[in-house]
Design a protein around this ligand. Structure first.
Ligand code: SER
Length: 310
């Protein structure tokens, strides 16, 4: 079960291709694109309605819940009260259902749990976590809550700290790292991108197929090998906007970049690490991304071009 959040629809489609359409129940607060609701079971549902979560989990005998609803960092600053409810109260409701029904659960955390006092380079798995954003506060509290449910109730709950996720299917959803998706669309449409993040601001990124792979692989990992639960650092590449632009220029020679800095997103980005250490994920459940900047850029540009032609 799972939908919404940045990875929801792409994860549902992948899970259905692996486990069969009738074995994956998608849910979201709004009706999704037709393929999600037409090719399998879909339940319209608000994560704040714990009784309905219980009803869906019982009716479909759901044994693994992907709890994905969240407001990302930039949107969360616009409505911090909503972010608190969705990111934390929604999580607590679902944890209760998972505890009572003995379902396993996946919880997506983020590099947003880190803050300005966190070591910026090669950020360790366990380190200073004093985020200043509502997104970071709710996600770090979520990590602790998930670990509590594991230790106290033996709930099988696992998670990863996602970096910026770059996708050619899902449009950006109110995060600080949205520019890393927009730049590819703008490069094809206008050969120009105006960045709201400064050159030289490095952040971890992952390509969507690898993000989806992480969601599936961690839930299939041997639990005896996991010394951590919530949440594992994962990354594929550490990039700034100029590095992405340079790679795009290899395909679109007259592409160019300008800047109009957004102080809110810039300050969030500056409080996050340049690059995180994901060795624990690599050692404990064989995390190993398939895409680097070169292969991702090629794939992004060709898929977006195809989409815009149709
Ligand atoms: N992509 C997220 C954001 O920018 C980071 O986890 O908020």
């Amino acid at each position: 079960m799972g939908a919404s959040g940045q990875i929801g629809s792409e994860l549902v489609l992948k899970l259905r291709s692996i486990y069969g359409n009738s074995n994956v129940i998608a849910s979201d607060i709004k009706m999704p694109k037709s393929e999600l609701s037409e090719d399998g079971i879909f339940e319209k549902h608000d994560c704040l309605d714990g009784d309905k979560t219980m009803d869906i989990v019982r009716r479909h005998k759901i044994k693994l819940i992907y709890n994905l609803p969240a407001l990302l960092s930039f949107n969360a600053e616009k409505t911090p009260q909503d972010a608190f409810n969705i990111n934390l109260i929604g999580l607590r409701n679902t944890l209760e259902v998972a505890r009572i029904e003995k379902s396993a659960m996946f919880f997506p955390s983020t590099i947003g749990v880190f803050g300005a006092s966190t070591p910026k380079v090669n950020t360790p798995q366990e380190t200073i976590t004093r985020p200043k954003t509502m997104y970071g506060v709710t996600k770090f509290a979520g990590e602790l809550l998930c670990d509590y449910y594991h230790n106290r109730f033996n709930l099988d709950i696992r998670g990863v700290r996602f970096p910026g996720i770059i996708s050619n299917k899902t449009k950006p959803g109110g995060g600080t790292t949205d520019y890393a998706i927009d730049i590819f669309y703008e490069a094809i449409k206008n050969k120009h991108f105006k960045s709201y993040i400064k050159a030289g601001t490095f952040l971890d990124m992952v390509y969507m197929p690898d993000a989806i792979k992480a969601c599936i692989d961690i839930m299939e990992a041997n639990p005896d090998k996991l010394t951590y639960r919530n949440s594992f650092n994962i990354t594929s590449m550490s990039l700034d906007v100029e590095t992405i632009a340079k790679e795009i220029k290899k395909h679109i020679a007259d592409f160019n970049l300008s800047y109009d800095i957004d102080p809110v997103r810039q300050s969030i980005a500056e409080s996050w690490p340049d690059n995180i250490d994901d060795n624990a994920a690599r050692e404990q459940w064989a995390w190993s991304p398939d895409y680097d900047l070169e292969s991702m850029t090629k794939d992004m540009l060709s898929k977006i071009e195809l989409k815009l032609c149709h």
